[in-house]
Design a protein. Structure first.
Length: 148
């Protein structure tokens, strides 16, 4: 996981080929048009959606993507995000979209805030949407899925 301030996103361009395109989409503000949900992207290696939900005190399952990088950009609210050991994902069966879920313990937790992003690499178990202790908030964010 990489967690940093949004203005620093371009510093990671050398790690992930599609990050410059994510920046172009963000700057175009096309995602602001229309309702919450999946947005149209003309690049077949990128998909993204605008999501809203209320952070929860209940633990969520961890998601693992076999060949996809996930970029979460917080637009409003705050939440806890966590990662777990990659070793837990090695024996998983992935569905036809290359995704699996598992119950795990966190090895790292971040307190995600507006103006920051979290980047989850392929094979990295992660979970989002948890409330910080005693602070349930409405979260609005963009989630980019980048194909390897």
């Amino acid at each position: 996981m990489i967690y940093d301030q949004l203005p620093a996103l371009s510093q990671y361009n050398s790690l992930i080929d599609e990050l410059p395109n994510v920046l172009m989409i963000l700057e175009s503000k096309q995602w602001e048009k229309g309702p919450v949900g999946k947005k149209i992207c003309h690049n077949p290696r990128i998909s993204y959606e605008l999501v809203e939900y209320t952070s929860s005190g209940k633990p969520r399952l961890y998601q693992v993507f076999e060949e996809k990088t996930m970029v979460h950009i917080l637009l409003s609210g705050e939440e806890l995000m966590a990662v777990s050991w990659r070793e837990h994902a090695r024996s998983l069966s992935f569905d036809q979209e290359g995704q699996a879920t598992l119950a795990a313990d966190p090895i790292g937790v971040i307190h995600a805030k507006v103006g920051h992003f979290a980047l989850f690499m392929p094979g990295e178990p992660h979970t989002v949407g948890m409330e910080s202790p005693g602070k349930q908030t409405k979260v609005r964010k963009l989630i980019f899925t980048l194909m390897e």
